[in-house]
Ligand binder design. Structure first.
Ligand code: COI
Length: 354
């Protein structure tokens, strides 16, 4: 265990909590009162502290500004019916942060440091955890290289931080996606499996082109043939074809989503037919045409379960079933929400009480 005495806490005297309106929470605009910081110097994580949320100062030669030596996580805290704060699957995020970090030459962050930092920060800012249905406190842990060096080499020094923001829905309407067959998000041997900042930066230009054509997001395909579905911009993607739940297998190019894993686990428990396998674009388009494509949705921490309303492929746009009438997506969203907010028994041991 990390000795919590080693986390220095400097609480603010000027809380901004009055700025939080639970009836109108835009995603990622308002940050809670405090943040956690630790520095990796001389081969050790040190100087653990919680301070008021504030700007940080870095050198213009900071290696991350130039070479994107950074990885991040996303998780959420909720309020249970007793008003206590619970976090959904934080240990899974701690593990994945290290999987991502290894690929970017970022040193391991002990899981107990992650958990202690998270616990102390969320305890201090617990009043920021909203309770209205559909809201949560989004938690963003991240690590970046802090060397002042513009040559190319792994950084020696790093900073780990956690910031949090109350959020409502990430997508406020069904998502219209375009199947991308020109640009690639990831390739074999690349960083697609990692939650590395650069993956997201590089996805913006193709997404912007799709937005100019009226789509909200892309569905990425494999970089070699563009024939197989990978993931969507901010989430993994799932299909119900006939009575089978289909999703692409995690691989070097697809993020191992924690919501993805949760949905697959529950669906299997419900006795549903689940297939994790390569899914061709052709198969999905044919299913859209013959009516066997019942549901398409994205799954992610920020996105939760996001119904996909239309799929664009080449010059055609396929209108999918009415999201309000989708059996599985509605049922799984409710089940996940009930587990995450402690409304039902958590038989998987996924929730962590702060
Ligand atoms: C998440 O779902 O937590 C993400 O990281 C997606 C996104 C907001 C980049």
């Amino acid at each position: 265990m990390i000795d919590t005495q080693t986390i220095r806490i400097e609480a603010t005297e000027n809380s901004r909590i009055s700025e939080l309106d639970e009836n109108n929470i835009p995603f990622g605009k308002l940050y809670s009162d405090h943040m956690f910081t630790a520095d990796y110097i001389d081969g050790e994580w040190q100087d653990l502290k919680i301070t008021p949320y504030q700007n940080i100062s870095i050198s213009p030669a900071n290696t991350t500004l130039h070479y994107a030596i950074t990885v991040f996580e996303g998780l959420k805290a909720y309020r249970n019916p007793e008003g206590e704060v619970i976090i959904f699957r934080p240990q899974a995020n701690a593990k994945r942060l290290n999987v991502s970090g290894e690929r970017m030459c970022i040193p391991e962050l002990p899981e107990e440091l992650f958990m202690e930092a998270l616990t102390e920060l969320i305890k201090l800012d617990s009043s920021w955890v909203p309770s209205k249905p559909g809201t949560a406190l989004y938690i963003r842990p991240f690590i970046f290289g802090t060397d002042e060096y513009i040559g190319i080499r792994p950084s020696d020094n790093f900073r780990f931080m956690i910031i949090t923001c109350p959020v409502g829905a990430y997508y406020t309407q069904p998502v219209n996606v375009k199947i991308e067959t020109e640009f690639s998000r990831a390739f074999e041997g690349g960083t697609g499996f990692a939650k590395a900042g650069g993956n997201y930066g590089a996805s913006l230009y193709p997404a912007k082109l799709a937005q100019e054509k009226g789509f909200h997001q892309l569905i990425w395909t494999d970089s070699k043939t563009h024939e197989y579905i990978e993931e969507s911009g901010t989430m993994n993607v799932m299909f119900i074809v006939g009575d089978t739940l289909l999703t692409a297998p995690t691989s070097g190019t697809i993020l191992d989503g924690i919501t993805r894993n949760s949905v697959l686990t529950i669906a299997r428990d419900w006795g549903m037919k689940v297939e994790e396998r390569r899914i061709s674009v052709k198969e999905i388009i044919e299913a859209a045409k013959d009516g066997s494509l019942k549901e398409v949705f994205g799954v992610g921490t920020a996105a939760t379960i996001a119904p996909i309303g239309k799929i664009g492929f080449q010059d055609e746009v396929y209108e999918l079933s009415d999201p309000a009438e989708r059996e599985f997506s509605i049922k799984i969203l409710k089940e996940l929400n009930d587990i995450r907010t402690g409304a039902v028994e958590d038989k998987y041991g996924w929730t962590y009480k702060v």
